[in-house]
Design a protein around this ligand. Structure first.
Ligand SMILES: [Cu+2]
Ligand SMILES: [Zn+2]
Length: 168
C-alpha cells in the first residue's frame, strides 16, 4: 500500500486542491494497481489530467517532477490505449462541488514493487486542464496531452499496511 498526499503547486497560490491518493496492489505485484482518489478544493466541475511523473516533488514545486513516467521515450496517449506513457492515467472528473470522491483508477502497467515499472518515490501531478490524449495535433499534445500547468502534486510513499489486533 502507498500514499500520495496532494498539495497545491508552490507557484500557484490561488489553488486550493488537497487530499489523498491511496494506491494498492495485490501481494504478488502482478495484479491491477488501484489509485483511490479523494480530493477537494477544485474551483468547480470539469476534467483535469492526472499523470504519474518520473521524479519526486522537490520543495512543493510540481515542475521538479520531470516528464510522464515511462520506460522508453514513448508517445503520450489514452490510458486505455497500448500507445501511451506508463504514467498516463487520463482525466479526473471533478464534481460540481469541486470534489472528487471514491474515484478508482485501475492500471496494469505500473507496480508498487522495486521493479523497473515501480512508482515509489515518483509523483502524481494534476493539471489545470483536460488531457487530449495526444490527439490535439500539436507537439504539446503528443508529449503531454496539452493539459496545461501542473496545479497540484504529491510524492508516492510506501505505507505500512495496518495490522489490527483484537483482545478478548
Ligand atoms: Cu502530468
Ligand atoms: Zn504521457
Amino acid at each position: 500500500m502507498a500514499n500520495c498526499k496532494v498539495l497545491p503547486d508552490i507557484g500557484h497560490s490561488d489553488v486550493k486542491i488537497e487530499g489523498n491518493i491511496t494506491i494498492y496492489q495485490d501481494k504478488n505485484g502482478t495484479g491491477i494497481l488501484y489509485f483511490d482518489v479523494e480530493l477537494q478544493g477544485f474551483d468547480g466541475p470539469g476534467l483535469h489530467a492526472i499523470h504519474v511523473h518520473s521524479n519526486a516533488v522537490q520543495g512543493g514545486d510540481c515542475s521538479t517532477t520531470g516528464s510522464h513516467f515511462d520506460l522508453n521515450e514513448g508517445v503520450h496517449g489514452d490510458p486505455t490505449s497500448n500507445i501511451r506513457h506508463l504514467g498516463d492515467l487520463g482525466n479526473l472528473k471533478v464534481s460540481s462541488d469541486g470534489t472528487i470522491k471514491d474515484y478508482l483508477i485501475g492500471d496494469l502497467g505500473m507496480s508498487l514493487h522495486k521493479t523497473e515499472n515501480g512508482i515509489i518515490s515518483r509523483s502524481i501531478n494534476i493539471h489545470a486542464g483536460a488531457d487530449d490524449f495526444g490527439m490535439g495535433g500539436t507537439p504539446a499534445s503528443t508529449s503531454s496531452g496539452n493539459a496545461g500547468p501542473r496545479i497540484a502534486c504529491c510524492t508516492i510513499y510506501m505505507q505500512a499496511v495496518p495490522i489490527f489486533r483484537f483482545n478478548g
